[in-house]
Design a protein around this ligand. Structure first.
Ligand code: FES
Length: 211
C-alpha cells in the first residue's frame, strides 16, 4: 500500500512545532469537525504595538493531518500581523506540507479555521472588530456549535441540548437541557460564557439549566 502522506506531513506529525497551551492567551479558539468529531485548539499572544502574533500554540485531538496542519499553520502565523494571519488559507497550509490527500481536506480546514477564530477572538476582546453587526439568536447559535457536549463528542446544537436562546438589552440567556447539578453543567456554562461574552454588544451571559 502506498503511504498517503508526504514526507513533510510525516515530519510535522512526528515532531509537531508549537504544541501546547498558552495560559491566559490574548486570543483563543477551539474548532470541531462535524465530519470526524475531532478538535483543535489554537492560542495566540499579540504584540499590541505592532498588532503581530508574538506567540502561537495549538493542541490537537485529531489525526496526523490535523496535527501536521496545526504545526505548519502556527509556523506560518508567527510574526504575522493579525490581518495577514487571518488570510492564511488551507491551500497555503496544504502546499507548505507538500500536499494532503483530498479526503483529509477537512482536517487542514479545521486548523486554519482555528487560527482565524483565535485572531477574531482577540479582535473581539480588544474592540477591534470593524464590521459590528448586532448579535442575533443565529449568531449565538453559531457559537454554540463550537461548544462540545462532552457526553457525545459533538456540539451542543447538534446534540439538541440548547432548549432556548434569547437576547434582551445586551443580556444573552441560554437554556440548556440538563439538570443544574449535572456533572458537566459548570464546564458547559463556563465554555458558553467564554464563547458569547466577547461579542461586542453583549454585556452579560446567563446560562440556565432545566430542572
Ligand atoms: Fe479528524 Fe483528520 S480525521 S481531523
Amino acid at each position: 500500500m502506498r503511504f498517503p502522506y508526504s514526507e513533510t506531513v510525516l515530519e510535522h506529525f512526528r515532531h509537531p512545532r508549537n504544541v501546547g497551551k498558552i495560559e491566559n492567551a490574548d486570543g483563543k479558539a477551539i474548532e470541531g469537525s462535524p465530519a470526524c468529531g475531532d478538535m483543535v485548539s489554537v492560542y495566540i499572544n499579540v504584540d499590541p504595538k505592532t498588532n503581530t502574533i508574538s506567540d502561537v500554540k495549538f493542541e490537537s485531538y485529531g489525526c496526523a493531518s490535523n496535527i501536521a496542519t496545526g504545526s505548519i499553520i502556527t509556523e506560518l502565523a508567527k510574526g504575522k500581523t493579525l490581518d495577514e494571519a487571518k488570510k492564511i488559507t488551507w491551500k497555503e497550509a496544504s502546499e507548505a506540507l507538500g500536499g494532503l490527500p483530498k479526503i483529509k481536506a477537512h482536517c487542514s480546514v479545521l486548523a486554519v479555521e482555528g487560527l482565524r477564530s483565535a485572531v477574531e477572538n482577540y479582535e473581539e476582546r480588544h474592540g477591534l472588530v470593524k464590521d459590528r453587526k448586532p448579535t442575533t439568536v443565529e449568531t449565538v447559535r453559531r457559537r454554540l456549535k463550537k461548544v462540545m457536549n462532552p457526553m457525545a463528542g459533538l456540539d451542543l446544537v447538534r446534540t439538541n441540548l440548547v432548549r432556548d436562546i434569547n437576547i434582551k438589552n445586551g443580556t444573552v440567556r441560554v437554556v440548556i437541557d440538563l439538570p443544574p447539578d449535572h456533572q458537566f453543567a459548570s464546564a458547559i456554562k463556563e465554555e458558553i460564557t467564554e464563547k458569547i461574552e466577547p461579542l461586542w454588544d453583549v454585556k452579560e451571559v446567563v446560562v440556565e439549566f432545566t430542572e
